[in-house]
Design a protein around this ligand. Structure first.
Ligand code: CO
Length: 429
């Protein structure tokens, strides 16, 4: 796969993935197309020999390929990323009638940068759970795709100090407008969802919508931008970029050691959930791969994890927010993230190993350390390392505007990350 084809795939995969549910669905389809077999956690997996994947909550996914000899003699090359991104989620009783507008009450998911949500074309997607005509409870994914809502700014004439002092109240200021209506009748949101299910999944019979998890998202497609096409701009680059580049590298790797890709939901809210990195999903899969007794501990000690999550690239207008020796630049390769207080899991051995992988694939590599006078973020790396006990390095390609509704990264870094991960999956520990 060359660089421009990789980016074309990446943009289309991200656009098809407005929510973690959709991301897992797209990844599942790509795996099935490559001959991977879908496992269910409730089944007996028997002897595992080949290519498999398993999902949990339809929002986290683990894909792996292995042979019994691999498990016996070698370790597993693991890589991880997260499927979720900060966004606005629709509340259970969302409909608000105000000044002739119908608005949707939303809850902020994760550490969203709220300013950029104003005046964007917003669409709506997620999982809807309903009772079908046979009385069974069933879930489907929906995606309106077109722009169905907007959060209008307040004009500067009505707030003359807006450019100096405007702050955002997440309860009252970011309530999206869905439509206008003359009479003050309450719209039935469940019926709107029922119509959408019918429009998208015509053959499904819905008796009653019972519940949902829906997010608003930027309807503008991701794109390659810049006079010389240096950048990729799009929603959810943190961290669908790592999920999809990780998956392509995993699928395109030469037959090497056993390899595994895990993409967890709920990283943006701390990872504590049944499908999050601090839940038991990965351990449970590794346990089933390793077999009984001390096998799991032995397997983990022979294995390694590359945790991929985007890093903060240095911003030309705010370069003082970086340590002067640790300002990763876009298009200068993946970044190794280091934190003395273990907010990142990298250590000298895992870092050195990743540097060597980069050297072997001619990929430049950079370092990130947070300034001492600023709080350092974290990611799934240290959480997975603490849960499983696996040696881990935290890496990621640099980006600007993290957690904005649209983020920017380097158009050449995607191929760097792909090359080094493909090499990692192809190389014996
Ligand atoms: Co992230």
């Amino acid at each position: 796969m060359d660089s421009s084809r990789l980016n074309i795939h990446l943009l289309s995969d991200i656009q098809s993935s407005p929510t973690p549910f959709h991301a897992v669905s797209v990844m599942s389809r790509l795996l099935l197309e490559q001959g991977f077999k879908r496992l269910q956690e409730q089944d007996d997996w028997g002897k595992l020999d080949g290519h498999y994947f398993v999902t949990r909550n339809a929002s986290s996914i683990i894909a792996f390929q292995t042979t019994p000899e691999d498990i016996e003699n070698n370790g597993i090359h693991l890589a991880g990323a997260h499927t979720d991104s900060p966004c606005l989620k629709v509340k259970p009783n969302p409909v608000i009638n105000k000044q002739g507008y119908v608005q949707l009450g939303v809850e902020v998911y994760g550490g969203a940068l709220l300013n950029p949500w104003f005046d964007r074309d917003l669409s709506l997607a997620g999982r809807v759970t309903f009772r079908n005509k046979d009385g069974a409870i069933q879930s489907v994914l929906i995606d309106f795709q077109r722009s169905v809502a907007v959060i209008p700014s307040l004009a500067i004439h009505l707030d003359p100090n807006a450019n100096q002092k405007r702050s955002i109240n997440a309860q009252t200021d970011i309530v999206p407008v869905l439509l206008q209506q003359d009479k003050d009748e309450k719209k039935d949101f469940h019926l709107i969802l029922q119509d959408q299910i019918q429009a998208q999944h015509g053959n499904i019979s819905v008796d009653k919508v019972l519940d949902y998890e829906l997010s608003l998202y930027d309807a503008q497609a991701p794109s390659v931008i810049g006079l010389h096409e240096d950048f990729i701009s799009g929603a959810r680059l943190d961290n669908l970029l790592s999920c999809f580049i990780g998956l392509r590298a995993f699928l395109d790797a030469d037959t090497g050691p056993a390899s595994l890709l895990v993409c967890n939901d709920h990283e943006e809210v701390g990872s504590i959930s049944s499908s999050g990195a601090q839940g038991p999903f990965l351990r449970s899969v590794l346990q089933r791969l390793a077999g009984p007794g001390e096998q799991l501990s032995r397997l983990i000690d022979r294995s390694m994890m590359v945790s991929c999550d985007n890093a903060h690239g240095i911003h030309p207008n705010y370069s003082h927010r970086h340590d002067s020796n640790h300002g990763p630049m876009l298009n200068k390769g993946p970044v190794i993230k280091i934190n003395a207080n273990q907010r990142y899991a990298s250590n000298s051995e895992t870092g050195a190993y990743f540097r060597q992988l980069c050297e072997e694939t001619n990929v430049p590599v950079q370092d990130f350390v947070m300034r001492n006078d600023m709080r350092c973020g974290s990611t799934i790396g240290p959480i997975t390392a603490a849960e499983i006990g696996v040696k881990t390095v935290d890496v990621g390609i640099p980006q600007l505007a993290m957690h904005s509704i649209r983020e920017t990264c380097g158009s050449r870094d995607t191929f760097y990350l792909y090359r080094v991960l493909r090499h990692y999956f192809s190389t014996v520990c």
